[in-house]
Design a protein around this ligand. Structure first.
Ligand code: MF3
Ligand code: CO
Length: 273
């Protein structure tokens, strides 16, 4: 069942997503070789609670951390750990915040200095594909139009692997609502998009093949070929002519650009032009 949101509910979702963005931005400022992903996760928990939110992911189906932090061959749902970040790592931070009865959900991928051009290109193309999907998230289109746009840009244009096992989703009072929003599919297929539908669009794109497996921790999704993967996610509200993007990368990109331990090449401004 798809749950349509009223104006006030959309504003609450925007607020939860602002905390998500500021949390990821806070972590972006901490990224450097030597920091552990566990340190990042606990900083996220403190930051979210200091802003009146609850980490959406914590205890979700038993998920044991505040955030998902996925490094290199980890695609999504990575467990924060005692592993120290290293030069050249690709690190994806996925964060959810629950406040005023509504969830926000967004993710962003970063490159630690030393990352190769192939990694930076994967990040740029994945981010571009997110916006290509969002462009299609308008009333009258279908979920398949969003899915097709992401797949077209990443798989057909650039030869990357689109993960099939995990998909984007409706979002609201629950972290995961109907409909599912895959990153692969056919134009004109699937649920019709209507104003007030709130969905999380989240391309999970592998540099190599699409195949993934679950780590022995039962959560972390990794690429079978061991090559890196990128993940960007926005929560958006479908509207008539243009989707309303409820999450934001603005503070994240500012923190990314200001952190000399990161390679920052492709801002939204660059991918959208
Ligand atoms: N953004 C992811 C998703 O929407 C993260 C949730 S996984 C969790 O599916 F289990 F950790 F919550
Ligand atoms: Co999500």
């Amino acid at each position: 069942m798809i749950i349509y949101k009223k104006e006030q509910e959309i504003e609450w979702m925007r607020h939860s997503n602002e905390i998500v963005a500021n949390t990821i931005a806070h972590l972006a400022g901490m990224l450097r070789p030597g920091i552990t992903t566990q340190q990042l996760d606990s900083a996220a928990g403190t930051f979210i609670r200091d802003h009146g939110g609850i980490p959406s992911f914590l205890n979700y189906h038993g998920y044991p951390y505040n955030t998902c932090i996925s490094v290199n061959d980890a695609v999504v749902h990575g467990f924060p750990s005692s592993r120290e970040l290293q030069e050249g790592d690709l690190i994806s931070i996925d964060c959810g915040v629950f406040k005023n009865g509504f969830h926000g959900d967004s993710a962003y991928s970063f490159a630690i200095a030393g990352a190769g051009d192939d990694v930076l290109k994967l990040m740029r193309v994945t981010k571009e594909s997110l916006y290509k999907g969002i462009e299609k998230a308008i009333a009258g289109n279908r979920v398949g139009d969003v899915a097709w746009a992401v797949q077209e840009h990443t798989e057909r244009l650039h030869g990357y692997g689109v993960v099939r096992e995990l998909v984007g989703h409706g979002i609201g009072r629950s972290l995961h609502e109907d409909p599912q929003v895959p990153n692969f599919g056919k134009r004109g297929n699937g649920a019709k998009l209507l104003p007030g539908m709130t969905i999380a669009i989240e391309p999970m794109i592998n540099m190599g093949k699409k195949d993934v497996y679950y780590d022995t921790d039962g959560w972390t999704v990794r690429t079978k070929d061991g090559k890196p993967a990128a993940h960007y996610e926005h929560s958006v509200c479908v509207q008539k002519d243009k989707a309303d993007i409820l999450s934001t990368f603005v503070p994240i990109e500012a923190a990314e650009a200001a952190n000399s331990h990161l390679v920052f090449k492709y801002s939204d401004a660059a991918v959208l032009q």
